[in-house]
Design a protein around this ligand. Sequence first.
Ligand SMILES: Cc1cc2nc3c(=O)[nH]c(=O)nc-3n(C[C@H](O)[C@H](O)[C@H](O)COP(=O)(O)O)c2cc1C
Length: 193
Amino acid sequence: MSIINEIESRRARRGLSPEPLDERIVAELAYAATLAPSCSNNQPWRIIAIKNETPSAQAEGVRAALTPGNAWAQRATWFFVLCTGAHLDCRLEEGRDYAYFDLGQASMALQLQAQHEGLIAHPMAGFSPSKVRTALSIPKEIVPLVVLAVGKPGPVDALSDKQKTDENSPRNRRPMEEVVYRGSYGVPFSTLP
Ligand SMILES: Cc1cc2nc3c(=O)[nH]c(=O)nc-3n(C[C@H](O)[C@H](O)[C@H](O)COP(=O)(O)O)c2cc1C
């Protein structure tokens, strides 16, 4: 198989270095996110970049919003808070609210650009949205969906034993035939072309 290197090598790693990031690279990550496709080109992503290298009320607010399980992310040099609202994108029948889908595409573009730059960009749902909303002045109709902890790779000493193991564990994925079908739903796609 020939998988694009950034897709193959990206992992949600947690060992972060305190070394600062070049702001040009940070801007490129954000720009990569905005190149994602979206329904009717609605571009429903709203992205807040927060520098965690230097003290600020915003950085402190994001750190305070992280769950205890995400304490490792306190060391991120930057946070990207990815936000959207269903009203910002196509809302079609059968619950097809594309804002969340399109924000996910933007998130992946950012993660792959980070991988290309040799950085970690780890998505997290483990945070208090109300604390993030207050710290970053996010309006009520906008949902802070994911926080990305971004930084250079660093030591794993501060991680829990499980997190240390996860860091370099093989990828854990459902077998392809369970989730990829051929022709009709549920018919396993068991052979590659
Ligand atoms: C929407 C979303 C939320 C996640 N939330 C967290 C989180 O709060 N804390 C964490 O350590 N990892 C979180 N992750 C990372 C996943 O656990 C990780 O992507 C998954 O285990 C697959 O591992 P891989 O990304 O290394 O392939 C999240 C990932 C996504 C996409």
